[in-house]
Ligand binder design. Sequence first.
Ligand code: ADE
Ligand code: ZN
Length: 326
Amino acid sequence: MSPEDTALTVPKAELHLHIEGALEPELAFECARRNGITLPYADVADLRRRYDFSDLQSFLGLYYTGMDVLRTRQDFTDLTDSYLDRARKQGVRHAEIFFDPQAHTTRGVALETVLDGLEASLATSEQRFGVTTRLIACFLRDHGPDSAMATFDELLPHAHKLTGVGLDSAEAGFPPDAFAPVFDRAREAGLRLVAHAGEEGPPEYVWQALDVLGVDRVDHGIRAVEDTALLRRIARDQVPLTVCPLSNVRLRCVDTLDEHCLPRLVDTGVLTTLNSDDPSYFGGYVGDNFHAVRQELGFDDAALREFAANSVRASFLGAGEQDRLL
Ligand code: ADE
Ligand code: ZN
């Protein structure tokens, strides 16, 4: 792709990005070295060769193993700097960044270490990278609602550092409705709400995210195409979907990109955005996702500009801040 390619240059917001999924193998080995940890991989090439997933669960195993090298505040700062630098080169002007508190606190890394490390990078992101940012703390659905509530209690003193909360990790068998009490508390605290739903899980989980959790955006949501009434509802209410095409292929939610439901979502009038999810693991950052849907699904540059404008409209920026990017 040339550096002038619209896929890279169009100003865009990234709304679905797990910061732990932006851990490139080189930085993983560097963090392992300075923290005295031995990774169970021979080298960077050996680790990259394992990025061959059969489903979400097979990815999550590697994702949680990989992030074990993140121990110090500096590790989280370096990780965030690395993402922002790459995102900037792909036209990202605003990023709403997910992190997984429980994935760190359960292995003995203090929440303050994580937050201080992220914040140290984000505080100067606009000056250094031209990228404004927001933070969204995600609950791991496979850790259950009680753990989510305990995590929320820990997050509450830091609520001013957050824009919202989300729900992620293993989906099938972990319906969203169990998390209604913690989402209610987050709403009362003035936080915005998002949830992964309809990535691997059924359309029913998307209904629950909308009707029980009351989310502002649905992350993925692609299985909504299996339910016409649901699709109509999402289009009518203009609930944004944060779609991650390269992720969907890598995790085999779709067989090939040319079979992706993205054209159907757009044709139905859904407010659709393009995102990278876990770019280090899935073969590309957000501009690469823009490029891929043009190559494989026939979207033209005007359509890419529309996806970019959607990302700004679907962001949690205020109207004035959105206008700056539109
Ligand atoms: N955590 C990181 N990436 C994820 C994904 N694609 N789905 C659910 N949880 C995740
Ligand atoms: Zn995700």
